[in-house]
Design a protein around this ligand. Structure first.
Ligand code: HEC
Ligand code: HEC
Ligand code: HEC
Length: 467
């Protein structure tokens, strides 16, 4: 029996048994979980909606277990739903009662299903026809999502009316120790960090090229081709973890990697530390800034990490829009942003429009089949870091700030043209074939994300500016 006929059968069963089962209380609704006091009226409403309409699949262990869930096939289907739903969003008691706040990721995913009318799933609605979200309920959910986002420190700089947007402006200034930033900058551009004194971090993360090498894959020591595309270092501080597979927990841990990687900078940390100690400027700077530890691998990577935290690119046209300058975006760019919000912002959200979650490359369609060519180890993505099957082909969602400069795109650097990258995203992540017109508008929006470094637009930055 296929899925459709099974559901028709179940539907019939429900129609026949519904009144009886209701009368004798077989549907077994749990007691509602009371909301802790002091929560907004919007939240009280939302908690009720979620408990009424989402609990069956998104709250493992709290499921209401309708009578038909005892039927063998229905039981299996529900178990599968609960597993898949739980992988995307778990609604716990502490979330329902407001003791715990929803994370920005949960808010982004919720907004997406509300905007797309995709939850509860159609098949479930066949049996729970009253569980469709009404227009009023959707409004409550969206209003509450906006309210929650307004509480994030990220939205401090947003215009009042735009505090609920999925993306927030980058801060105009970051407060860091300027001497450590300068030291990190010097290290970032120093060839002594490589085994044969030919490469520096900027070889693959050129600040005048959007913080990348603009090459398909990185070229390391002695011309060796790496397995993967160089991501940007700009705004990397907004990543939940570093590398495409997230194997480094933060910027400092990350910075230790390329130096000792035999196909990147191909050096040994002990040798690098010895070479740097021969330079009196470094000796003095480390003695001053790290009086206790002096110049070590740890302090070198710390200084690099501080420098990278300064690589924020504020003041893009989109930031000015979020701060309240409505006229700065064209009509096409605004339409592009609306398309982006409905289709992309469940993964590309936050101040850098990405970096905050791991997602499968190919949610709706097999990307690797579409691309063709031999699968590589790098294609496994986060699986390489966790060895868990559920993480295969998952990647850290890239940040989209300055995306017009960070081509070629994707972990395999397989796409040169931003229009093509957007087309593929629509296809493999959303199961949608966008028209050329829609793609053009999304790309127009993406180009409003190009910001400034040291007060100069990234597109005009020269080697002189970054000294
Ligand atoms: C019959 C089970 C079922 C019910 C009821 C249900 N969901 Fe889901 N939900 C799923 C499954 C399965 C997935 C994962 C697959 C998918 O995204 O379609 C999911 C995924 C999601 C996601 C993640 C989307 C993403 O970005 O991947 C959100 C958010 C969500 N559901 C919200 C809700 C809300 C809100 C309700 C109640 C209004 C609800 N769901 C009711 C089964 C359910
Ligand atoms: C030979 C080219 C090369 C050099 C030199 C290099 N990198 Fe990278 N960098 C890469 C590649 C390729 C990746 C992605 C690797 C991966 O994800 O497996 C990367 C990733 C990163 C990331 C993570 C960004 C993200 O979005 O996850 C940061 C930060 C970074 N490099 C900083 C540095 C620093 C600091 C140095 C110098 C100490 C450096 N890189 C030297 C090629 C290079
Ligand atoms: C389900 C999550 C998800 C959705 C939805 C999504 N993306 Fe992505 N996006 C990703 C992931 C993961 C990658 C990295 C994939 C890879 O490199 O293999 C990515 C990569 C990209 C890139 C390339 C970035 C780079 O630096 O290489 C662009 C551009 C992009 N997405 C734009 C979009 C647009 C536009 C949309 C909406 C039409 C969208 N994405 C929807 C998860 C998503």
């Amino acid at each position: 029996m296929n899925k459709t006929s099974l559901f028709l059968l179940l539907l019939l069963a429900v129609i026949l048994f519904f009144p009886v089962s209701n009368l004798i209380g077989l549907q077994g609704h749990n007691e509602p979980i009371p909301v802790v006091s002091g929560k907004s009226a919007n939240f009280v409403k939302v908690s009720e909606i979620l408990q009424n309409k989402c609990v069956d699949c998104h709250s493992p262990g709290m499921t209401r277990m309708p009578f038909y869930s005892k039927l063998p096939i229905a039981k299996q289907l529900m178990a599968k739903d609960i597993e898949e739903a739980g992988a995307r969003l778990i609604l716990s008691k502490a979330l329902y009662n407001g003791e715990q706040a929803f994370t920005p990721l949960m808010l982004a995913r919720l907004e997406n299903v509300v905007l797309n009318n995709s939850m509860p799933p159609t098949q479930y609605l066949l049996m729970h026809w009253a569980d469709n979200l009404s227009a009023d309920e959707k409004q409550s959910l969206l209003a509450w999502i906006a309210e929650e986002r307004g509480k994030l420190p990220w939205s401090l700089d947003s215009a009042e009316a735009l505090k609920g947007e999925p993306a927030q402006p980058l801060p105009e200034k970051v407060s860091l120790n300027p001497e450590k930033v300068a030291l990190g900058n010097k290290l970032f551009h120093d060839h002594l960090l490589s085994g044969d004194d030919t490469l520096n971090c900027a070889s693959c993360h050129d600040l005048t090229r959007g913080g990348t090498d603009q090459a398909k894959v990185a070229t390391g020591i002695r011309g060796q081709q790496g397995p993967i595309n160089s991501p940007t270092v700009y705004n990397a501080m907004y990543n939940i973890a570093q590398f495409w597979d997230g194997r480094a927990k933060d910027l400092q841990e990350q910075a230790a990697g390329p130096v000792a990687n035999p196909i990147e900078m191909g050096a040994q940390w002990d040798n690098v530390v010895e070479k740097l100690k021969q330079v009196s400027d470094y000796q003095n700077a480390f003695a001053k800034l790290y009086p206790e530890q002096g110049l070590t691998k740890t302090t070198v990577t710390e200084a690099l990490a501080v420098f990278e935290q300064s690589l924020v690119t504020p003041n893009a046209r989109f930031d000015q829009y979020l701060r309240g300058n409505q006229a700065i975006l064209t009509a096409d760019e605004k339409t592009g942003y609306d398309l982006f919000k409905a289709n992309c912002a469940s993964c590309h959200f936050g101040p850098a429009l990405g970096g905050l979650s791991f997602e499968k490359m190919g949610v709706k369609q097999d990307y690797f089949k579409l691309r063709g060519g031999q699968p590589t180890e790098a294609d496994n993505g986060r699986f390489n870091a966790t060895k868990q099957e559920k993480d295969r082909h998952f990647f850290k969602v890239p940040v989209l700030r300055n995306i017009e400069l960070t081509h070629p795109y994707f972990h395999d650097g397989s796409v040169n043209d931003l229009n093509e990258a957007v087309r593929i995203m629509g296809q493999v992540q959303r199961g949608k074939n966008f028209s050329d017109d829609e793609i053009g508008k999304i790309v127009a929006f993406l180009k409003t994300l190009t910001g400034e470094y040291r007060g100069k637009p990234l597109t005009q930055l020269t080697a002189e500016d970054i000294k």
